[in-house]
Design a protein around this ligand. Structure first.
Ligand code: CA
Ligand code: CA
Ligand code: CA
Ligand code: CA
Length: 393
């Protein structure tokens, strides 16, 4: 790179309202629209060169003269005498575009090469340039005899990322997955697609879907899928049961150093799917009743005789629901005498009686409470609890 500040015409700086050039810093009036590019990106080049605005009433161009060429190069390939054109008849600002074409590589791992490497074009917008993985694009312009301005920008592969739009999805909700891998913007003028794999605890095989680029050159890809516990996985629909985890993976075949060209890496993410019905509304329970050994209701409860505490639980929705039903017996002064529980599954709208036996040791007042949770380990109430006071004679 040349240190050209001293030689630049003052006109150049007046375009930026500067009073004087910065003599101790290298100055290059060549600009690119990004500071780093992926291997198949589009590079938009701008050169500010008021001295080449030869005609204030027409569009001028620069770079296509053998005497004052613009070169756009990677380490092994080069576009010579590349033309840029003025943005307006009297702007003195010249622009053009070059599309990087990468090198022959199977970018999605399906066995076929996905790039068309070529180096061709004369500008301002028809240029294609082959590029390596970790390389740089150098743009140079001989703006005056023997004075060459140079700008260099790096080109690299990137590690992809994948994420769900939320940590928890409801069963009837769309699930959105985003992959960001700038290397898979293989065509900067079209929407690209990349394959991703989704599966759930209840369907380990899962589905392959395409994530579609959000705009022509974003390198950001989105897939939207639905979940269902009624229908098997198909197309963009994944079979999931409430409480399942869902998983997504993307295989990145375009990895930066220290990986090699042929390495690939699985990029993963997970989320949870649950019913949209709030926990506490999923089941309902009735106040427990008391019966003798053969199931007849009791008017009177006597101490030292075995009785049954009978609870009733109902599933209020159409999904299968895991539950734990707890009985707690307390003395009148709130001392917990016993806790026991029953675990099970309730099918769609199923109603179930649950019971436990109890032998009250002493006469007096007792408080019998019942609760229903989704599990002992991760207790969430699936219904309001009940409490009843009983007198034992
Ligand atoms: Ca002009
Ligand atoms: Ca391929
Ligand atoms: Ca694209
Ligand atoms: Ca990549």
């Amino acid at each position: 790179m040349f240190y050209l500040s001293f030689f630049l015409p003052l006109l150049l700086f007046s375009a930026y309202g500067e009073s004087a050039p910065v003599y101790d810093a290298p100055y290059s009036p060549i600009f690119t629209d990004k500071s780093v590019y992926s291997w198949t990106d589009k590079i938009k080049i701008t050169i500010v060169s008021p001295s080449w605005n030869a005609d204030k009433f027409s569009i001028d161009s620069i770079g296509n003269l053998d005497s004052h060429p613009i070169k756009v190069s990677t380490s092994e390939h080069s576009l010579k005498s590349y033309k840029l054109t003025e943005t307006d008849v009297n702007s003195g600002i010249f622009t053009g575009e070059v599309i990087l074409t990468g090198f022959a590589h199977d970018a999605d791992g399906d066995g076929d090469v996905d790039t068309i490497p070529k180096t061709t074009g004369h500008g301002p917008t028809n240029g294609f340039l082959e590029s390596e993985r970790d390389s740089a694009v150098t743009i140079s312009f001989e703006f005056a005899d023997g004075l060459v301005l140079t700008e260099s920008v790096p080109v690299s592969w990137n590690l992809g990322t994948i994420s769900f739009s939320k940590d928890v999805f409801f069963l009837d909700e769309s699930v959105v997955v985003r992959v960001i891998d700038f290397d898979m913007n293989l065509n900067p003028e079209m929407l690209d697609v990349i394959p991703i794999h989704l599966f759930s605890n209840s369907d380990i095989a899962g589905i392959e879907v395409n994530a579609v680029e959000t705009s022509e050159s974003s390198g950001s890809f989105i897939a939207t899928i639905s979940t269902s516990q009624k229908s098997p996985s198909s197309g963009n629909r994944l079979y999931v049961l409430p409480g399942d985890e869902i998983f997504v993976k993307y295989e990145d075949h375009t990895l930066p150093k220290p990986f090699s060209h042929n390495d690939h890496l699985e990029i993963n993410s997970l989320a949870k799917v649950d019913s949209s019905i709030p926990y506490v509304e999923r089941l309902s329970i009735l106040q427990p009743t008391f019966s003798d050994g053969v199931g007849d209701g009791l008017e009177l409860i006597s101490s030292d005789s075995q009785i049954q505490i009978v609870g009733s639980v109902k599933n209020n929705h159409e999904l299968k629901q895991k539950f734990v039903y707890l009985f707690q017996v307390k003395t009148h002064d709130n001392y917990v005498e016993s806790i026991s529980w029953i675990q099970g599954d309730l099918l769609s709208y199923q109603e179930l009686d649950v019971s436990r036996s109890w032998i009250p040791k002493l006469p007096g007042k007792y408080i019998v409470e019942t609760f229903v949770w989704n599990s002992i380990e991760d207790p969430n109430a699936l219904s309001d609890w009940t409490s009843v006071v009983v007198s034992v004679e």
